[in-house]
Each structure stands twice: as structure tokens, then as C-alpha cells.
Design a protein around this ligand. Structure first.
Ligand SMILES: [Zn+2]
Ligand SMILES: [Zn+2]
Length: 294
């Protein structure tokens, strides 16, 4: 019996001589190429205020089970595990979550089930959870309403507005002037909620400078605190969305828009055969009947 050599086969992947190959490779190479835990999605949404994670369609906060319990929930959503999870050690930072997972199982029927350890990393992508959003909206003290007249605001203009606002917020990032708690994209414009009235006013004038528009402010008393009135401020930016060729009736007279810029509109009074220049503010504050393109 002794001295009976078992023929060894080289593994085509690592070159080691082994007794048998599993699907054309040694057991170590097989195990390495067939992990029991496969990550399907590495990105996880996280609330920038409370740290809740968005898992299986819900915002989950860290409970008594700590970050390990959170990691287990992330795994159940973002990874597939074949085998039994024996242990999880996890840690998180601003950038993401790292989990060291010990799984008992086997990647192949001819491999004895045993413990395998995997280190998985998930990247955090920041957002605001529902309850923080609600909390912020209760703190919201001002709204900036952007509307178009006589036409609504087109999508590419909306994108431009959002871009201008993002750039402005970036410029203001070191000044403590509050923040935007919500942006609502509406059919006829955009509503931007802020936690600070000065921020809403500032943004209103930034938008105003870039478009033919007028700004109006309204204050509404929403309550009294410590004997002082609490106001809810609305800053409304009305953007003139007239185009050359539009026909309007102004002060009973029919006229056509020939050009429009951020300051003036030039109108052609066809009946009198002359042109008139009107400031955007005069145009938007006058009673105008919009007829349409001619
Ligand atoms: Zn091998
Ligand atoms: Zn939150």
C-alpha cells in the first residue's frame, strides 16, 4: 500500500500540483473565484443629517444592534449570500461602510462546508431622509417661487436656474446663511424652500439678474413667539417668457413683441406703425392680455 503515489495534476491557474481539479481549477482557486457573498450594488443612500440608510425602500437608523446590525441589513439588500452568516464586524466613516463577514457554507458540492471571511465595502451617497426632510420643512421660514409668464418655465431654463442656485450656494458655503430644505419642481415653475429668509431673498435677486423678471416679497404672520411675530416670507420671481412674434394687448392696444432682453422689451404698435420700449418691470406689472404667436 505504501509508496503508491497519487498522480498530481497542476492547476492551470496557480500552477500548484493538486489531487483533483474542480471545474478545471484547484480548490483554492475555485474558492477565490466563487465567493459566497456577492455584492450586487456598492452604493448606499445615507441621510446627511441623521445617518439613516436607505435599505429595501425604507430609511433605517442605527439601533441597539449598532453598526453591525445596520451592515447586516445592507448585506441583505445589496449583496447575495449563499450560506449562513456567522459573524459581522463593521465600521463606517463619512465615505462608506466596511463589513468583515464570516460565512459558513461551500461554493461547490465537492468542497466541505467551512467558514469563509470576506471584507466588503459600500460607498455612501448622501441624501435627506423623510423625517429629516419633514423636520427641516417645519423649520423652513421662506419660500422662493419662480414662475414664468405668460408661458411656464421650460425644462432647460429650470435646469439653468438650479445650476445657478447650486453655484451660488457653493459660493456661500462658508457663510452661515441657512440652507435649502426642499426644491419642488412644479408644472408652472419651481418652489425652493429655505431655512433662512435672507437666503431666499438673496437667491431671488441672483435669479432676477439673469432673467427678464421682477421680484415681489410677501410676509405672512404664521405665529407669535416670545411676544414677537413670526413671519413666513415668500419671494416670488416672475420671469417674462415672451418670445419675438408674440402678440399682446396692453392698455387696450394690440402690439407685437419684437425683442426682449433682461431689461427691456421692444413692442411694435402695428396700428400706429411705431415701436415702443418698455422695461421688463413695467411689462410684468401691467395688465396684459396674451394673444399668442402671430
Ligand atoms: Zn489553483
Ligand atoms: Zn435623516
Amino acid at each position: 500500500m505504501a509508496g503508491r503515489d497519487v498522480a498530481k495534476i497542476p492547476c492551470p491557474f496557480c500552477g500548484r500540483l493538486v489531487d483533483r481539479l474542480i471545474e478545471g481549477m484547484c480548490e483554492d482557486c475555485y474558492v477565490e473565484r466563487h465567493p459566497l457573498v456577492k455584492v450586487k450594488e456598492t452604493r448606499v443612500l445615507r441621510c446627511r443629517y441623521c445617518g439613516a440608510l436607505f435599505i429595501r425602500g425604507r430609511w433605517i437608523r442605527e439601533g441597539r444592534g449598532g453598526v453591525e446590525e445596520l451592515a447586516a441589513k445592507v448585506l441583505s439588500d445589496k449583496a447575495s449570500v449563499s450560506g449562513a452568516i456567522e459573524r459581522i464586524e463593521a465600521s463606517q466613516s463619512y465615505d462608506g461602510l466596511t463589513a468583515r463577514v464570516v460565512v459558513k457554507g461551500s461554493p461547490h458540492p465537492s468542497i466541505e462546508p467551512r467558514l469563509f471571511t470576506y471584507v466588503l465595502t459600500f460607498e455612501y451617497v448622501y441624501d435627506i431622509c423623510n423625517s429629516c426632510r419633514e423636520m427641516l420643512s417645519r423649520r423652513e421660514v421662506a419660500v422662493l417661487q419662480i414662475r414664468g409668464y405668460p408661458r411656464g418655465i421650460e425644462n432647460d431654463v429650470k435646469k439653468k436656474i438650479i445650476f445657478i442656485i447650486e453655484q451660488e450656494l457653493y459660493k456661500l458655503k462658508d457663510k452661515k446663511i441657512g440652507f435649502i430644505s426642499d426644491i419642488k419642481d412644479l408644472k408652472n415653475g419651481i418652489d425652493i424652500y429655505t431655512t433662512n429668509a435672507n437666503l431666499a431673498r438673496h437667491l431671488a435677486y441672483v435669479i432676477h439678474r439673469q432673467f427678464p423678471s421682477v421680484v415681489t416679497e410677501t410676509a405672512k404672520v404664521v405665529g407669535v413667539k416670545d411676544g414677537r411675530k413670526i413671519y413666513h416670507m415668500t419671494y416670488s420671481v416672475r420671469i417674462a417668457t415672451y418670445k419675438p412674434g408674440d402678440v399682446i394687448v396692453l392698455k387696450g392696444e394690440k402690439m407685437a413683441v419684437t425683442s426682449i432682453n433682461n431689461k427691456y422689451v421692444v413692442l411694435h404698435l402695428s396700428e400706429r406703425g411705431r415701436y415702443e420700449q418698455l422695461s421688463i418691470s413695467e411689462l410684468l406689472r401691467s395688465e396684459v392680455t396674451f394673444i399668442g404667436q402671430h
